[in-house]
Ligand binder design. Structure first.
Ligand code: CA
Length: 476
């Protein structure tokens, strides 16, 4: 998941629904379990809509992948793009999610995973069955591997004995890359977009949008003269030892993105195209909008994630971004943290967070903390038994306590949550969610919180005011 900031960059631009909203990225397996099997699902998400829309003020939900999948890569290894993995629900549940979300004014964004499928996808099973078959060319096959390295480490090529060739997998070997140069692949994958648009989704987050086209001659990547210089690139062992000029960022991918955008534009209601784009050079990154702003609405801007959190360095990088932005751009999405390369909490060294509850007796808040901790113990234990990855709530809340405000005579409980630096998966919104959950257990806070959540509109950002004030404790 990412900590992203949406920023309106131009008053000239047309006002779109995604300008200034709160978009909540949802990791389905660890969010809310609707059927009691210990794994979060679409029913749980539907049941949480009042909380998400009413309490958190969320305007759009980005739902993680829920498609048919062996779940070797958190659902990014798909065997059927147009059906739902039963552990998460069914197509009927998706339809209900869309209807219930839209009834509350909440938009739904889903993942679109175009670069690869699962090796269990019927397309790949057919492709690997024969060199002469009609789907052979739907994936990328070679007699001799080139030097490209995988994000997961090692070669991107996997020997396939039955037909005696290597297939390309930019990620896990169970995730063969689709060949977007094949027109039948394009048609089939664009139809996947239509399938979900017809059902009513409001947009897509396009997985690894910078990788959709590769060098047609599969030439070797040149070595990186700078070596492995990126300290934040924890996901990619040895990945930076070469310059990835032939296996990603090929200029032909922009034609694919235009086709994807064209499909979205066929539909009414401003469907949004968000792209995961690992382009660290601002000029290359800006190309993902398209010269006529006809590609992605929102390419993730990841460069700040690799920039030291120092004013001078940030200002320099931000100036480069400003210079690269195309004219007429209506929105910018800046990513400042994610769990793989450092959450915002880690980067800000934000080890302690506070929430003030005016009018609440500290003893009442302390009782709520105890109830929260007891409930979380059970939840963590259950999730761990099911093998679902979740953040370590126990570490995060170990130092959670309630105290009183010494500066005033009025009762005011202060909840303090200390996040250990050795708990990298804990993100600020996890912390905030925990604090809100505790506040929700204090009866005298809840009515106040609900009133405030519906409170004044911020003219600048277009968002509803936050019911709570969350301060980092400067003294620590
Ligand atoms: Ca479940």
């Amino acid at each position: 998941m990412t900590d992203a900031l949406l920023t309106a960059s131009s008053d000239r631009a047309e006002r779109r629904w995604w300008r200034g909203p709160v978009i909540y990225e949802n990791h389905l397996p660890s969010f809310c379990d609707g059927n009691g099997d210990g794994i979060g699902d679409l029913d749980g998400l539907v049941a949480s809509l009042d909380y998400l829309a009413g309490t958190l003020g969320v305007s759009a939900l980005w739902v993680g992948p829920f498609f048919r999948s062996p779940l070797l890569d958190q659902g990014f290894d798909i065997v059927d793009h147009c059906d739902v993995e039963p552990v998460f629900g069914s197509l009927d549940t998706v339809d209900r999610l869309l209807a219930e979300a839209h009834a509350r004014g909440v938009r739904i964004i889903v993942d679109y995973v175009p670069n690869h499928t699962s090796d269990q996808h019927p397309w790949f099973l057919e492709s690997r069955s024969s060199r002469e078959g009609p789907k052979r060319d739907w994936y990328v096959w070679a007699d001799t591997p080139n030097n490209w390295t995988s994000e997961a480490g090692g070669s991107v090529w996997q020997w396939d004995e039955p037909t005696g060739q290597f297939y390309l997998h930019s990620h896990l070997k169970q995730q063969p890359d689709l060949n977007w140069r094949n027109p039948d692949v394009r048609r089939a994958m664009l139809d996947v977009l239509r399938f979900w648009l017809d059902r009513g989704v409001d947009g897509f987050r396009i997985d690894v949008a910078h990788m959709l086209m590769k060098d047609p001659d599969l030439r070797d990547n040149p070595p990186n003269p700078g070596g492995e210089s990126n300290p934040y690139d924890l996901q990619h062992p040895n990945f930076a030892s070469q310059l990835h000029v032939h296996d990603r960022m090929h200029s032909d991918l922009h034609g694919v993105l235009r086709e994807i955008r064209k499909v979205l534009d066929e539909y009414p209601g401003d469907r949004v195209a968000i792209g995961e784009v690992e382009a660290m050079d601002w000029e290359r990154w800006a190309e993902f909008y398209g010269p006529a702003l006809d590609q992605l609405h929102l390419p993730f801007a990841f460069k700040l994630i690799e920039t030291p959190w120092e004013a001078g360095a940030l200002a320099e990088v931000a100036a480069g971004l400003d210079a690269a932005l195309p004219d007429g751009l209506d929105l910018l999405e800046i990513v400042v943290g994610d769990p793989e390369r450092g959450s915002l909490a880690d980067r800000l060294d934000a080890s302690e967070w506070q929430i003030r509850l005016p009018g609440v007796e500290p003893a009442e808040a302390a009782a709520a903390v105890d109830a929260f901790l007891a409930a979380r113990e059970v939840e963590v234990e259950r999730m761990t038994k099911k093998g679902v990855r979740t953040f370590d709530c126990r570490a995060a809340v170990a130092s959670l306590s309630a105290t009183s405000d010494a500066d005033t005579d009025q009762p005011c409980a202060i909840l303090v949550m200390v996040v250990r630096q050795a708990t990298p998966a804990v993100r600020p919104d996890d912390v905030l969610a925990g604090l809100r959950a505790i506040a929700g257990l204090v009866p005298s806070v809840w009515p106040h919180a609900n009133r405030a959540a519906q409170g004044p509109l911020d003219e600048r950002t277009g968002t509803v005011g936050d019911p709570f004030v969350l301060d980092r404790d400067a003294s620590r």
